[in-house]
Design a protein around this ligand. Sequence first.
Ligand code: ADP
Length: 623
Amino acid sequence: MDKLDALKRYFGHSAFRAGQEELIDGILSGRDVLGVMPTGGGKSVCYQIPALLLPGITVVVSPLISLMKDQVMALQQGGVAAAFLNSSLSEDALRETYRRSWAGEYKLLYVAPERLFAEGFLKLAQSLELSLVAVDEAHCVSQWGQDFRPSYLKIPAFLRSLPKRPPVAAFTATATGAVRQDVERLLELQKPLTLVTGFDRPNLDFEVLRPRNKGRTLQSLVEQRRGKSGIIYCATRSTVEKVCADLQMMGYPATRYHAGLSEEERRQNQEDFRFDRRPIMVATNAFGMGIDKSNVSYVIHYNMPKSLEAYYQEAGRAGRDGEKAECILLYSGADVATARFLLENGRENEELSPEEQETVLRRDRIRLETMWGYCTATGCLRGYLLDYFGQEHPERCENCGNCRTEFSWRDMTREAQMILSCIRRVEDRLGYQVGAGLITETLKGGKTQRLLNLRLDELSTYGLMRERSGQEIQDCILFLMEKGYVQRDSEHGGLRLTKAAGNVLFQGEKVEMPCRTQRQPEPKPERASRRREKEPAAQTVIKGTEDLFQTLKRLRYRLAQKENVPPFLIFSNATLTDMAAKRPRNMVDILEVSGVVEVKAEKYGAAFLLAIAEYEENEKGDA
Ligand code: ADP
């Protein structure tokens, strides 16, 4: 069996994606490798295929129990002998897994980094023929990464303790140079073949919305996507609670996840989501690493995350099956203040010295600014992301919110001057800073008791923007904040002018605000697929096959319930789409469907063939 046979036979894919073949060849030739690929890019097969082709056993170091469980289940579904060792196993199951490992029954054994030096495991690893050690989520070794796990630092000592060091294959989706270097150095990789594949995920559509009312906008977004699975990320636990309760009250099948819930509830909710019993997950960023649910078709950020890395990783959980999927960020200026507050008041990492903490904080501030830049960008959003990850790209992708939007620029220098001077005068009068609400009131010439008590009606800027709506004024203030003319105190919300404001007030600097209008979609010329293979690429269900697709989905759901596995582990949406289009008639045809491997064809093929045949009968009957 060669690598391509293995890809087809165990994973049901007919060609490799960019980078996979090179990494597999590297490992097979005995080299260390470092694979940097975006979330959903297909890192797992890069070590799973060598594991199948090499003699002996591959140890996979993986940080999360849920991640291991999913991977092992998916491998077992495809007929691969794999197992995991972690604290979720009962005594009996642990003993049985060790027994079978000693008997050499597995090709892949997943372990948590903490277990590497557990006596039982170390002895096993030293006695078995290890053909490869794969390190998943390798950025966990770096304290600059987002998910530093000190136990990852023990991996080199583990390797040194082996009678013969096998090749080491490390994988991560974190693209920044500092983290990559750390991975190479701290894992002691030996002249690794390093491969950074494209970070573009062409099937993802990016969009930033600036809703006046996030709750209402979210509801209509979810409604438009009824029947689909999605994740809604919120910045805080309390927002998760509120958003989830609102959605549930409106009858949507939502569940929630954050670190404040009991372990049992987190586990239950995560399972409900994975099994599509509750296909909408509302969560903080505690949810995600290790969630390998392939049919998530949208990820909505209710708040702006704290870095572009975090955003791309979270948003990247959409469309892992290659289907078209959406990543929508609901932005408001208030998010920036919240993110700043969380950053400046975050918990200290006790493992870092004060200087290191200061460095981390400085980096985090820059990350936040970059994230903010994404939310307020007027150019191509995909381009903005790819720029950040250091990848070339065309100027426009024609597949993001900004490419669909026409921007015109409105001169608002006069309005800016009025607002800035009002902020200054109010502060001069009161001796302290006030929030956007009171500034707006003053400019509108309001008569609230508070305003009158403070005698703000005596200011020369009082009522200067009388003819504008409060919302318009607020939008202008937000824009001035975005542009850095105004800063908001993250604790009290008071506004103050920055140095740059002087340029507008006294030097005649022009302020132009982008106005957005939706562009009419133009028929797009067919573009050559970037992928090198015939995946049922980035397409939603082909017209005319929707009905059959739904029938197959229902069958999948029934089978999944019977076997107590998540539906996507039986077949992904991409596979069902392809099946609905190809309509296989026998066991040979069904193997032509993308994602159908032999073992699964044997197990589920008959049921799906029958469903297709019945569907066609009914079709004839209806005609
Ligand atoms: P990562 O670990 O990089 O986030 P995965 O290894 O989980 O990504 O793969 C993401 C998805 O891509 C999975 O659904 C997998 O089946 C699919 N995939 C991987 N390699 C290929 C391939 N060569 N052809 C088609 N699909 C692939």
